[in-house]
Design a protein around this ligand. Sequence first.
Ligand SMILES: Nc1ncnc2c1ncn2[C@@H]1O[C@H](COP(=O)(O)OP(=O)(O)O)[C@@H](O)[C@H]1O
Ligand SMILES: [Mg+2]
Length: 182
Amino acid sequence: MERHSKRLGLLVDDLLSLTQLESANTELELNQVRVKELFNNLIHDWKEKFAAKNLKLVVDLPPDLQTIRADETRVQEVLYNLLENAVKYSREGGEIRLQAARRGSEIVLNVSDDGIGISRDQLPRIFERFYRADKARSREHGGTGLGLAIAKHIAQLHGGRIEAESELGRGTTIRVFLPSDL
Ligand SMILES: Nc1ncnc2c1ncn2[C@@H]1O[C@H](COP(=O)(O)OP(=O)(O)O)[C@@H](O)[C@H]1O
Ligand SMILES: [Mg+2]
């Protein structure tokens, strides 16, 4: 029962987040975001889950990329969701990478894991709301099926996009592209 109500609470949070993102008058609150701080906050949030699964975290942040212009709270939500997935769908002892880089006129933030991966036919659908690849497996892991839909929305609100690359049994990389001239 307690597990049930906790789950319902998470679903309500995600639905509110998505509804708010979809309302026409959603505006970004752009700030200069210190990427290192952003990463450190996220790492702090996930530290225990990483340790519990014996996961190794590799952070790659180029020295010339100190700040990005973005809505800090929302970008944090994106990366939080991506890290949550990376942890959930990793195997014990796996490796997760958190990277930021400049690519032409864009900033790319990416989270990769060497976990269970997503099959080729399911990959195009993972950003749909409530879509969960491998239903039974996903249910066992908990979650609402809204994390990536929220992440996609936030990327698009910034004028950016989100992409997934994955190989079943090998791992997954999710890349978030944000325009660097916001
Ligand atoms: N890093 C990943 N590795 C493997 N599968 C993933 C990963 N990220 C997302 N998925 C798949 O995409 C589906 C949608 O992800 P998401 O929207 O975050 O929902 P969920 O609440 O299920 O995590 C997940 O149910 C899972 O099947
Ligand atoms: Mg998720």
